[in-house]
Design a protein around this ligand. Structure first.
Ligand code: TYD
Length: 202
C-alpha cells in the first residue's frame, strides 16, 4: 500500500507520519517512511538545488522539472522496490505537491504539470492524506521553526493558492483523498489521523 501525506507549510505532516510509523511498528507491519523532494542520495542532491534560497531566479518550469526528476529517481530507487516487497510506503509529499504548488499556485496548470510528471506518476498513491490547515496558522507554525526554504518564503497569497489547489485536487481524486481538518493542536491531529489510518488498514 502506498500512502502519501500532503498539506501546506506547517500542517504537521511530519509528526503525523512519525505517529503512524510507530503504530505500524507496534503492530509488526513492515513499512518504509520517506519524503519528497529527496528520499534517495541523488534525489536529495536535487532537493538542495530546488530549496536553496539563493536560487531566486529559478524558473517555474525548471522548478517543476526538477521536482519531477527528483520524484522519478526516488520512485525507482526507494518506493517501487519497497512496494514490490509488499511494504507499506508512507511518503511525505508526492505528485500532488507538484500539482498544488507548481500546477495551481505557480500557475503552470494542473494538466501541464501532470504531463511533466509522466514518468514519475506511473505509480499513484492508494491513499493521500491531506491535512487541511489555514495558511495563516501554518505559516505561524513554521516561523518558529528556524531556517526557511525557498518556498516557505513565498507570500501568504501563494500559500492560500496552494490550499485552494489541494482542495481542487481532493475533488478531482475523491477516491484516494482523505481530508483531515488540521486547524487543531498536534495531539488532536494525530488522534484524528490515526483513526482514519486504522480504518484504512482494517
Ligand atoms: P520541506 O522542507 O520538505 O517542507 P515541508 O516540511 O513543508 O514538507 O520543503 C519542501 C517544499 O517544497 C515545500 O514548500 C513544498 C515544496 N514542494 C513543491 O513545491 N512541489 C513538489 O512537488 C514537492 C514535493 C514539494
Amino acid at each position: 500500500m502506498f500512502i502519501t501525506f500532503e498539506g501546506g507549510e506547517g500542517s504537521g505532516k511530519t509528526s503525523v507520519i512519525k505517529a503512524i510509523s510507530s503504530l505500524l511498528t507496534e503492530k509488526n507491519i513492515d513499512h518504509v517512511t520517506t519524503r519528497e523532494p529527496g528520499g534517495s542520495i541523488i534525489a536529495e542532491k536535487i532537493r538542495k538545488v530546488i530549496l536553496d534560497t539563493e536560487n531566486t531566479n529559478l524558473s517555474a518550469e525548471a522548478e517543476a522539472l526538477l521536482f519531477a526528476a527528483s520524484r522519478v529517481q526516488h520512485l525507482e530507487e526507494v518506493i517501487l522496490p519497497a512496494l514490490n516487497e509488499n511494504k507499506i510506503v508512507l511518503c511525505d509529499r508526492y505528485l500532488d505537491s507538484s500539482l498544488a504548488y507548481q500546477g495551481y499556485a505557480r500557475g503552470l496548470g494542473i494538466e501541464d504539470v501532470l504531463k511533466i510528471n509522466h514518468y514519475a506518476a506511473k505509480s499513484l498513491p492508494d491513499y493521500t492524506i491531506y491535512i487541511d490547515v489555514t495558511p495563516e496558522l501554518g505559516l505561524k507554525r513554521v516561523s518558529t521553526r528556524g531556517a526557511a526554504n525557498r518556498l516557505d518564503l513565498e507570500t501568504l497569497e501563494f500559500h492560500k493558492k496552494v490550499r485552494e489547489g489541494y482542495l481542487k485536487l481532493a475533488e478531482m481524486y475523491k477516491d484516494r483523498y482523505i481530508i483531515i481538518d488540521g486547524d487543531c493542536d498536534l495531539e488532536t491531529l494525530i488522534e484524528r489521523t490515526l483513526k482514519k489510518i486504522k480504518a484504512v488498514l482494517a
